[in-house]
Design a protein around this ligand. Sequence first.
Ligand code: THU
Length: 140
Amino acid sequence: MTATPGENLDALVDAAREARTRAYAPYSAFTVGAAVQAGGRVFTGANVENASYGLTICAERVATVSAVSAGERRFDAVAVVGSAEEPTPPCGACRQFLSEFGPDMLVVVESPEGRRDTWTLSEILPHAFGPSFLETTAEP
Ligand code: THU
């Protein structure tokens, strides 16, 4: 795959769709797949639930951890496919988690039937907290 997000959005969505088939969601039955494009590579994840409900990990964060632990630090795009009739956008926690690795990345969300929405991450996470805020600190 090349690193140009625009050319590969269909492939990225397909990767998210495929990842969704591996979701572990026995409690909510809401399955989600995500695919991150970074450094010309694609990293996928699915949501992983737990009997201790609060330990559940969203698909987007699984894909993020996979990409970052493979050495990537800058994401071009993320695709998400969830169970809802409407395209499923990343939850707030996942927006923040993704923002660390590309505040302006493309976010492509598609419904199982193929309805698609596309935004930049900064559009759906305006005024984000990020690393720059840690560079200077005011006196306590
Ligand atoms: N979920 C995701 O994987 N990503 C999101 O952005 C929203 C929610 C998962 C978590 C849980 O397993 C199920 O969907 C229902 O909330």
